[in-house]
Design a protein around this ligand. Structure first.
Ligand code: DSN
Length: 467
């Protein structure tokens, strides 16, 4: 065959990845319209939905593009420069870039960008620091902890002896109890972190307690990583021995996890010899994971650059301002706001006192275009799939540029839905159809006035060039 007759693959000619993305999108539409329709419907759904899921954010389209890149075709176990497969020359560059951006973003000395999620990161970290059957001390799930912090439903609660602290009468972490339990049980690891806790985490206090019993302090900042990166929440990086986070909650990145270590990176682990950074490398690969996700790591690199820009600093500030305003407005409308307010992006309310369960409240709100998820609250008598509370978050509201006036509107819409809802069982309800229609159109109107970042002008999308 003559050279001139060899068809050139478009993606090796000019625009490479962008061309591949375009071809892929067109091909998806042509060859799999059923799936393409579902993906388009999701975009439309996000556009007109008031998402107050505390663990969600909107990824910039550049993050989505990196996550769908040709790096998906690369299989390369190991770390840059020490792979178990050939062909990782560009993936090595990408992973090094992601590591260096993560370190810069958080002021860390060590970063591992390979965990497929923060759950897998947590499991790897705990297994590296706790001997089999050893003890960990963490926040109780009902008080706002996380499954991977030793819940019996997670392997962390089955393979380790998990002891849990809770909250005091004001709804804040009960440090007297943390201290007493630490002295009594001498845990190998103390975890500072939560998935439903609206107040500042006092990392130095946790560290003092960890030191008093010779425990390693692990900070899980999954929910507040964006605030930490932007300086809106104190950083645990140089306080904890190891910090973990997911990359999709407040870092506006892909599904994935991240392990960070600050000044303790060379501190010996439990064997008294192996430095923590080396233990974490081994814990992720080969102990808990095989092949990393190269495209996902590219998307992480992109997200780290995106959230290190000035515009994200303003968004992070707005996330907190919005949450505080939302809490105030909800209190003013008669809701019981747990802890009386918030220091971060999260507002927890009790709905059982209004005759609803968390499950009913969540479903009634979704029926009207508002997304917020049910959550257990301290002393909850309802099972985990039902719950007595609701967890609200302002990440996406702030990303849409909503401010104080819109928080007032959100609180009013939410209150209107809950007031128009009657629970017949723990999970079934009826809602006044007139109110439901009114709220739905008010939500659409609010969303139209505050479009998703991806629907805003090109200038917004162009931000976040790597520093
Ligand atoms: N950990 C869950 C949450 O907090 O919603 C999901 O990421």
């Amino acid at each position: 065959m003559q050279e001139r007759n060899v068809p050139k693959a478009p993606f090796v000619t000019g625009r490479e990845q962008s061309e591949l993305t375009r071809i892929g999108t067109e091909s998806l539409r042509r060859t799999d319209p059923e799936l393409a329709e579902m993906l388009d419907a999701e975009v439309a759904h996000q556009r007109v939905t008031l998402a107050m899921i505390a663990s969600a954010s909107i990824a910039d389209p550049s993050v989505l593009a990196a996550g769908g890149s040709a790096l998906s075709n690369v299989t390369a176990e190991g770390y840059p420069g020490a792979r178990y497969h050939p062909g990782a020359v560009h993936f090595d560059r990408v992973e090094r870039l992601a590591v260096s951006r993560a370190k810069q973003l958080f002021g860390a000395q060590y970063a591992n960008v390979q965990p497929h999620s923060c759950s897998s990161a947590n499991i790897a970290v705990l297994a590296a620091l706790i001997p089999p059957g050893g003890t960990l001390l963490a926040l109780d799930l009902d008080s706002g902890g996380h499954l991977t912090h030793g819940s019996p439903a997670s392997m962390t609660g089955r393979h380790f002896h998990a002891v849990h602290y809770g909250l005091d009468s004001t709804g804040r972490i009960d440090f007297a109890q943390v201290e007493a339990l630490a002295q009594e049980h001498r845990p190998a690891v103390l975890i500072a972190g939560a998935s439903a806790y609206p107040r500042t985490l006092d990392f130095p206090r946790f560290r003092e307690i960890a030191d008093s019993v010779g425990a390693f302090l692990v900070a899980d900042i999954s929910h507040i990583a964006g605030l930490v990166a932007a300086g809106e929440h104190p950083s645990p990086i140089d306080v904890a021995h190891v910090t973990t986070t997911s990359t999709y909650k407040q870092l506006c990145g892909p599904r994935g996890g991240l392990i960070l270590i600050g000044r303790e990176h060379r501190t010996p682990g439990p064997d008294g010899v192996t430095p923590l950074f080396r233990l974490m490398q081994r814990a992720v690969f080969p102990q808990f994971q095989g092949t990393p996700g190269p495209a996902s790591i590219a998307a992480k690199a992109r997200a780290f650059a995106h959230v290190s820009n000035l515009e994200f600093l303003r968004t992070a500030q707005l996330i907190v301002d919005d949450a505080q305003r939302l809490a105030e407005e909800l209190s003013g409308l008669g809701h019981r706001v747990l802890t009386g307010g918030t220091d971060n992006h999260m507002v927890l309310i009790d709905v059982i006192s209004r005759g609803l369960t968390g499950s009913v409240a969540e479903r009634a709100l979704e029926h009207c275009g508002i997304l917020a998820n049910r959550n257990r609250i301290p002393g909850d008598q309802k099972p985990p799939l039902v719950t007595s509370g609701l967890r609200l978050g302002t990440n996406i509201l702030a990303q849409r540029g909503m401010g104080p006036d819109q928080m007032k509107e959100c609180a009013q819409l939410l209150t209107a839905v809950l007031a128009a809802t009657t629970a017949s069982t723990d999970t079934e309800f009826s809602i006044d159809p007139v109110v439901a229609d009114e709220v739905r159109s008010a939500v659409e109107n609010l969303c139209a006035r505050h479009p998703l970042p991806s629907d805003q002008h090109e200038g917004t999308l162009a931000t976040g060039a790597a520093r």
